[in-house]
Design a protein around this ligand. Structure first.
Ligand SMILES: Nc1ncnc2c1ncn2[C@@H]1O[C@H](COP(=O)(O)OP(=O)(O)O)[C@@H](O)[C@H]1O
Ligand SMILES: O=C(O)C1=C[C@@H](OP(=O)(O)O)[C@@H](O)[C@H](O)C1
Ligand SMILES: [Mg+2]
Length: 195
């Protein structure tokens, strides 16, 4: 084991940073998976800038996500999401948390696959439903049966999320531990890549 492949928490983070070069890290997965919160911790541990595509869209539009859906419709939100992510993927040394629908778009998915290392934060229906029920800021779940809607989205989207480079289970443990799981999985993945 050389200096940057150390088994310690810091050593692993350094090894991941070195093997990535500047390549962006992109978190994908369902609403409630923890992309925003775990992504922030991951960026912190890797010494990278954290960016959330939803926050970028809100800032550019000067509106919240529910307002954008209500006043402009999902189509316009998706078009903005695609543009924002394409712009952000030109940056290096970032951790980008996407919204749950971003990787569903074939163009965005292709771009993420070619420009970044992608991580699917995976959680099951019960965990996701419990987490998204804490807040009412997700317009797609404003239905008569939000749990059923979430279940349907899972069925539609899991085959696409599976195309991410690595999959990490977003367990119900402190978010910093999930960030640690991502670093371990990333290191394993990067070791299998050509230098
Ligand atoms: N590992 C975890 N354990 C418990 N709660 C979590 C975990 N990860 C995220 N959460 C909580 O779940 C909710 C959704 O997390 P968030 O990061 O917004 O998910 P996403 O961006 O994927 O929709 C937040 O309230 C967050 O604090
Ligand atoms: O899954 C989706 O289609 C969406 C997920 C949300 O982001 P999070 O996954 O961060 O909740 C946000 O982009 C919007 O409400 C649509
Ligand atoms: Mg989020």
């Amino acid at each position: 084991m050389n200096k940057t492949d150390g088994g310690s928490r810091q050593g692993r983070a350094r090894a991941v940073a070195a093997r990535l070069g500047g390549r962006p890290l992109v978190l994908v997965g369902m609403m409630g998976a923890g992309k925003t919160t775990v992504g922030r911790r991951l960026a912190n541990r890797l010494g990278r800038q954290f960016i959330d595509s939803d926050e970028e869209i809100e800032r550019a539009a000067q509106m919240t996500i529910p307002e954008i859906f209500e006043q402009r419709g999902e189509g316009e939100f998706r078009a903005g999401e695609m543009r924002v992510i394409a712009r952000l993927l030109k940056e290096s040394d970032i951790v980008l948390a996407t919204g749950g629908g971003a990787f569903v778009n074939p163009d965005t998915r292709a771009l993420v696959k070619s420009e970044a290392v992608s991580i699917w934060l995976k959680a099951d229906l019960d965990v996701l439903f419990e987490r998204v029920s804490r807040r009412s800021n997700r317009p797609l779940l404003k239905t008569a049966d939000p749990r059923g809607t979430l279940e349907k989205l899972i069925a539609d989207r899991y085959p696409l999320y599976e195309q991410a480079d690595i999959t990490v289970i977003s367990r119900d443990v402190p978010q910093d531990n999930v960030a640690g799981d991502v670093i371990v999985a990333l290191l394993e993945h990067l070791k299998t890549q050509k230098a």
